[in-house]
Design a protein around this ligand. Structure first.
Ligand SMILES: [Zn+2]
Length: 316
């Protein structure tokens, strides 16, 4: 879609399918939700790729993370005509100007740090530019939403990780983090931060969704909420594009449009939201937003402009 300069997807789990099922995203791969031909069709030109550190890897988390990074660069090399790794906003502009997709490497699950700030710095050198501090459970950095009412905030190490990420120029991702941890990040971080894939709790009472207070904080401080297409986060029973857009409306009417981004979670879900089924859906979503009266500029910000503003600010 030519009318938007940047179309950004803040989260996908496609690296897991590549690593574990040997999926080739260089060709049309309908068994999944995202591949390079369909990305070109859908117009996404900036994609976060997450190295998902499943709790089952606990003792081998760092090795698994390195396996993910290895596979990420293998995909980049094999498909270098259409996609390239980006380490900052200038890289993204250069790669997009060359007509290619810019790929941002993220790690989902602070277990990968093995409790060591030095590992964080090495991962940064390897090109990792975003870290989801926890998955649903507890790790050395803090507690995920899966800990329920027992979830505490960030550990001292978790606070140090946030500070070091600020210093290095990495994006802190609070998706999956418990609410106390969110407010600890809000207190410690000197940079705006993101929830790369989550929705509004006020509309869908899933623990993975953010409260209005959390969204207000992101909006006020220049952060971004990447709205996810996971049906269970969109609506408790009948997720559709209509229900998805209600999340946009909710944020826009209360907190403004500046914090709204997209974070599909493609290849990280077992069920689909009709109309938001795979990476070709983005132009339709943009059309639906325009049809509901959102201006060209606002839709452009939602489709990627807000993400770009945050990445320019945070990444160096
Ligand atoms: Zn996730």
């Amino acid at each position: 879609m030519e009318r938007f300069k940047h179309m950004v997807d803040g989260h996908c789990d496609t690296l897991t399918a590549i690593l574990e099922q040997n999926r080739d995203i260089g060709r049309y791969a309908p068994e999944g939700q995202l591949d390079l031909p369909r990305m070109a069709w859908g117009g996404i030109n900036v994609q976060f790729f997450a190295a998902f550190i499943s709790p089952r890897f606990r003792d081998l988390a760092l090795k698994k993370c390195l396996n993910y990074i290895d596979v990420f660069y293998a995909v980049m090399e094999k498909n270098s005509g259409v996609i390239a790794p980006a380490r900052n906003a200038d890289d993204i502009l250069r790669i997009n100007t060359a007509g290619k997709i810019a790929a941002l490497l993220a790690v989902e699950g602070g277990e990968a740090l093995a409790g060591d700030l030095g590992v964080l710095r090495i991962l940064y050198r390897l090109g990792v530019r975003a870290l989801t501090l926890t998955w649903n459970g507890r790790n050395e950095l803090g507690d995920g939403v899966g800990e329920g009412n027992r979830a505490g905030g960030l550990s001292l190490l978790g606070c140090s990780v946030v500070e070091e990420m600020n210093r290095l120029g990495m994006l802190v991702d609070v998706s999956h983090l418990g609410e106390k941890g969110f407010w600890d990040v809000a207190e410690v971080s000197r940079q705006p931060f993101a929830a790369t894939h989550a929705n509004c709790r006020a509309l869908c009472r899933h623990p993975r969704n953010l409260t209005d207070g959390q969204i207000e904080h992101l909006a006020r401080t220049g952060g971004v909420l990447g709205l996810s297409f996971v049906p269970g986060f969109v609506h408790s029973s009948e997720a559709g594009i209509e229900q998805f857009i209600r999340h946009v409306d909710h944020i826009a009417s209360r907190f403004g449009v500046g914090c709204i981004g997209l974070g599909s979670d493609f290849d990280g879900m077992d069920e689909y939201t009709p109309g938001l089924r795979d990476v070709t859906c983005f132009p339709y979503l943009a059309e639906e937003l325009l049809a509901r009266g959102y201006s060209d500029n606002t839709v452009s910000d939602i489709m990627g402009g807000n993400w770009m503003r945050l990445l320019k600010k945070v990444l160096r």
